[in-house]
Design a protein around this ligand. Structure first.
Ligand SMILES: [Ca+2]
Ligand SMILES: [Ca+2]
Ligand SMILES: [Ca+2]
Length: 246
């Protein structure tokens, strides 16, 4: 066996490579071309291609990371703006729910209060509750009964209220919270306010016998309106609770 060192010089500079080959069976063959397959044993270009490819891959990865970082920042900025609005809207919604819950609790309390009064015979009209007695008492005793109920004798301050009470009495009569006991012909309501708008029946007040200092309301078909009468007379009475607001 004879070893022969040959140099296979390839045309391209990056393909130079020293190899040892056995030409024991190839003495008659020409030294050219090189007996070593170029692409089978020649590895240096592969490293370079791999290195170049790896370098390109690193550049691409760096570019991708840069793009992703930039997009992430932009997304974060874009996200923070609606996020702030969301927080504000959420806080407002929580406040609204809290307010509605309080209003609902207050309304439930009002409804329970109204139901309790209705069971005791009270009637609601225009922010007030009215109680019309079935018993009969003097004006003073009637007022005391209203006071025990947390109310006072009714103060009639509008035509609508007058008509409502007449309808409730259904032809009967009852005490109202008006008198001139302190000063004759100076009529005042039970809360101390002066009478401004009156709904006296025809010919009233007449202070018959110089002793009529308390007012009652008539509701019969032929006699509707107020009448002054002796305070000691026993009549039905009307209590009013003011400011029963919803
Ligand atoms: Ca009233
Ligand atoms: Ca009088
Ligand atoms: Ca009278």
């Amino acid at each position: 066996m004879r070893q022969l060192l040959i140099v296979c010089l390839y045309a391209r500079a990056n393909e130079r490579r020293y190899k040892t080959a056995d030409f024991n069976q190839q003495t008659t063959q020409s030294m050219s071309p090189c007996p070593f397959p170029r692409r089978r044993h020649y590895k240096e270009p592969c490293y370079r291609v791999a290195a170049v490819g790896f370098g390109l891959l690193c550049i691409l990865l760096l570019a991708a990371v840069t793009v992703l970082a930039t997009n992430n920042t932009q997304l974060q900025i874009s996200y923070n703006i609606p996020n702030d609005n969301f927080q504000t809207n959420y806080s407002n919604l929580v406040k609204l729910i809290d307010q509605l819950q309080k209003e609902n609790a207050a309304l439930q309390k009002k409804l329970a209060d109204l139901a309790k009064h209705a069971q005791l015979g009270w009637v609601y009209f225009s922010s007030s509750l009215y109680f019309i007695s079935t018993e009969k008492k003097s004006w003073t005793d009637s007022r005391q009964d209203c006071s025990r109920k947390g109310a006072d004798l009714v103060i009639i301050s509008s035509r609508e209220e007058q008509e409502f009470i007449i309808k409730q009495l259904d032809g009967d009569k009852a005490w109202i919270g008006l008198s001139d006991r302190s000063t004759e012909r100076v009529w005042k309501w039970v809360d101390g306010t002066a009478l401004t708008t009156a709904y006296w029946a025809k010919g009233e007040p007449n202070d018959a016998g110089n002793e009529e200092d308390c007012a009652e309301i008539w509701s019969s078909a032929d006699r509707k309106g107020w009448n002054d009468v002796t305070c000691s007379r026993k009549e039905r009475w009307i209590c009013e609770k003011l400011d029963f607001q919803w």
